[in-house]
Design a binder for this molecule. Structure first.
Ligand code: NAD
Ligand code: 0WE
Length: 254
């Protein structure tokens, strides 16, 4: 197994509800060797307890707002693994105040932070990873419908996700010649840490389940399965895309 085993790096594990964790489990089941990153020492214990459950997986700290930490992480990954086949970017952040009132009140600093953490980090990670992806590979990020239609209170995150989806296309063009594919998964709403603070999330989940063709909400395992598909040979012809894993919600006009 070892000589054909693929190695992947997953950014954005906070707890067992994280989409990153659902993706880690599916990739692990598919035979991948995993490096999993968490943001800081506050998240370390919970992340490490989970990572221990996946034999062969290793945990690393990386705050993606720091060029230094990204450089050090990839130095370490290069020493440890040499070659990388897949990257999962499951990171987003905007200051809490920005997800409360109206978008028109977005501050300069809130706009900057949202784009730095949620968008630029993908570009930085892709650039650092590409030299280690010498056999080609895949990069997957997570987006949300608020990128293309107004979702009240998603505000600057919607604008950041639009920039993220555009970044996926530009990265796909740059990295395609190296046989590195870059795609986004647009997931329906899921009750994770990043969603739990949102007032009215319960109502949103209910409305989503009522309007979606599948008449239910998406399961994080379904997002994980799609990430594993995109990073597998089965996804070899797909790049620059945003794939919806939302029980069909986005296709409805009314
Ligand atoms: P989560 O809170 O479990 O994951 C978000 C992660 O981002 C956390 O692990 C957090 O530590 C990390 N993060 C934030 N700032 C960081 C930084 N500076 N450096 C490194 N890591 C940082 O929540 P989630 O719902 O699993 O979110 C994962 C991704 O999925 C995000 O991009 C989110 O926008 C996207 N998404 C979520 C939903 C949803 O409804 N939950 C729907 C569609 C897309
Ligand atoms: O991308 C997200 C959430 C991203 C997020 C969440 C938080 C909460 C805590 C980014 N930054 C922060 N900052 C914090 O301080 N989702 C797709 C989930 C989500 O968030 C919403 C949603 C949905 C869905 C916010 C408003 C409306 C809907």
């Amino acid at each position: 197994m070892t000589e054909t085993q693929k190695t992947g790096v997953i950014f954005g594990l906070a707890n067992k509800r994280s989409i990153a964790w659902a993706i880690a489990q599916k990739l692990h089941q598919a035979g991948w060797r995993l490096a999993i990153t968490y943001q800081n020492d506050r998240m370390e214990q919970e992340a490490r307890d989970l990572i221990t459950d996946l034999p062969g997986a290793a945990g690393f700290m990386c705050d993606v707002s720091s060029d230094d930490q990204i450089a050090r992480l990839f130095d370490e990954l290069k020493t440890r693994y040499g070659l990388l086949n897949g990257i999962v970017h499951s990171v987003a952040f905007a200051p809490a105040e920005e997800l409360k009132g109206e978008f028109v009140n977005t501050t300069r600093e809130g706009f900057r932070i949202a784009h730095d953490i949620s968008v630029y980090s993908l570009v930085a990670v892709a650039r650092a990873a590409a030299p280690l992806m010498t056999a080609g590979g895949g990069i997957v990020t997570l987006t949300y419908y608020g990128a293309e239609k107004v979702v009240p209170k998603y505000n600057v995150m919607g604008v950041a996700k639009a920039a993220l989806e555009a970044s996926v296309r530009y990265l796909a063009n740059d990295l395609g010649p190296k046989n590195i594919r870059v795609n986004a998964i647009s997931a329906g709403p899921i009750k994770t840490l990043a969603a739990r603070g949102i007032s009215g999330l319960g109502d949103m989940l209910k409305a989503h389940a009522e309007r979606a063709p599948l008449k239910r909400n998406v399961d994080p395992g379904e997002v994980g399965g799609t990430a594993a598909f995109l990073l597998s040979e089965a996804g070899s012809g797909i790049t620059g895309e945003t794939i919806y894993v939302d029980c069909g919600y986005n296709i409805m006009g009314f």
